[in-house]
Design a protein around this ligand. Structure first.
Ligand SMILES: C/C=C/C(=O)SCCNC(=O)CCNC(=O)[C@H](O)C(C)(C)COP(=O)(O)OP(=O)(O)OC[C@H]1O[C@@H](n2cnc3c(N)ncnc32)[C@H](O)[C@@H]1OP(=O)(O)O
Ligand SMILES: NC(=O)C1=CN([C@@H]2O[C@H](COP(=O)(O)OP(=O)(O)OC[C@H]3O[C@@H](n4cnc5c(N)ncnc54)[C@H](OP(=O)(O)O)[C@@H]3O)[C@@H](O)[C@H]2O)C=CC1
Length: 336
């Protein structure tokens, strides 16, 4: 197979793809001919050794892949060679052949291309955990999404909107605002000054009141962290919930406990990988739901660029440089 073998952690992101031994499926594993790879912010952290888990190199990184089943190991019941699939692995997706445990493989509807499926996998699953499982968003809820034109953010906007929520997205440019409006948000607010005080004031003055009164939001889905998390608390009304998804700003924030107490707030985490271990049935229900939304045209993967395999590391650098609106996907060149 052809893949990116990470031999040492850290910048620059200059690893090159090479020929590697073909993998064989063990018990419970599925070998996938990988046509498309979704690139994610956590992939960029992982190759630098900045992700919270650091597997010992050498290993092939990468989470999201989509293509066709080539072979199945002993004990695999739900899939057979030739099936169209999408999968989310902990590592190994940056290659044209991927081994995945059966519980991380999903049937891919014919109407969803490998590019869209791979682009959607981690971000829609994460958004589902945050919006549906953790926040319990329901029709009529007021939901704020930060980093709303990012991968997870745009997926969260779409899932919340499909559940009937009234969504406000926070972004840094008009191009991103346009994507957020297309994703079903009622409003996209462009807020560029991310210093603590101006951002808090903007959230009090603009975001909290975005629905026309001062009741505030029911839910904030925060993908950015840092000052955005602090400000996010100011958008919440009584008994509001803030869901911590990630720290795209690179800053891990702390919550001021007096503010939580006086406003009866809840702050909760939304860790996707743990849900594969602890809440797999609920997660798989969610995956089937959002794949059906993509197939019916009720949600979009928002893939804004498809890169050739040899540009994969540049794609990760573009994510870190904040140049990306929507999702980047890499085609491996493999075809069923
Ligand atoms: C599927 C995708 C998921 C995501 O993308 S999640 C968001 C992406 N991740 C990040 O942005 C990483 C941000 N950076 C960090 O969180 C930290 O910079 C590191 C964990 C990488 C390094 O941590 P350290 O230097 O030890 O910092 P500390 O702030 O003292 O640790 C905080 C607590 O986090 C716990 N922890 C660390 N790694 C894991 C893990 N892999 N799973 C569960 N918990 C973990 C530790 O236990 C520790 O708490 P204890 O020291 O009191 O025990
Ligand atoms: N909880 C979980 O299990 C998961 C968590 N994550 C985490 O969620 C976060 C978002 O991931 P994802 O949506 O894929 O990321 P993207 O890069 O697609 O989007 C992140 C968004 O954050 C905003 N942003 C603000 N400050 C910065 C900065 N300094 N650098 C880069 N972006 C910035 C940008 O929007 P703007 O310019 O509009 O501010 C950008 O659109 C990451 O921290 C990721 O690790 C991801 C997957 C699973």
């Amino acid at each position: 197979m052809h893949g990116y073998l990470l031999e040492t952690y850290g910048p620059p992101l200059s690893h090159a793809a090479k020929d590697l031994p073909d993998p064989q499926p063990g018990p419970g594993e599925i070998l996938i001919l990988n046509e498309a790879i979704g690139l994610n912010y956590p992939d960029a952290l992982m190759v630098q050794g900045k992700y919270q888990k650091r597997p010992e190199p050498p290993f092939v990184p990468g989470r999201d892949c989509a293509g066709t089943v080539l072979a199945v190991g002993d004990g695999v019941k739900g899939f057979a060679p030739g099936d169209k699939v999408v999968a989310q692995v902990f590592s190994g997706a940056f290659a044209d052949r991927v081994l995945a445990p059966e519980n991380r493989v999903f049937a891919r509807p014919a109407a969803v291309s490998p590019v869209d499926a791979a682009g959607a996998m981690t971000v829609f699953n994460t958004a589902y955990v945050a919006v549906a499982i953790r926040a319990g968003v329901k029709a009529g809820d007021r939901v704020v999404v930060t980093g709303a034109a990012g991968g997870v953010g745009a997926a969260a906007v779409q899932l919340a909107a499909n559940l009937g929520a009234h969504v406000v997205g926070i972004v840094s440019s008009e191009e991103k605002a346009e994507l957020v409006r297309r994703s079903g948000a009622q409003q996209a607010l462009i807020i560029t000054d991310r210093a603590e005080e101006p951002l808090k004031n903007a959230f009090k003055a603009q975001v909290r009141t975005a629905w026309g009164d001062d009741r505030g939001a029911d839910v904030v889905i925060d993908t950015v962290g840092g000052t955005m998390f602090q400000a996010g608390l100011r958008a919440l009304g009584f008994a509001g919930r803030l869901v911590v998804v990630g720290f795209a700003s690179g800053e891990i924030p702390a919550a001021k406990a007096n503010y939580l107490l006086y406003n009866n707030l809840t702050v909760m985490g939304a860790p996707l990988d743990i849900h594969f271990d602890e809440a797999l049935d609920r997660l798989r229900e969610g995956t089937a739901w959002w794949l059906s939304l993509l197939a019916e045209g009720k949600a979009r993967a928002n893939v804004t660029a498809v890169l050739p395999f040899d540009r994969l590391m540049q794609g990760l650098q573009d994510i870190l440089d904040r140049k990306v609106t929507g999702k980047l996907v890499v085609e491996t060149g493999a075809r069923a």
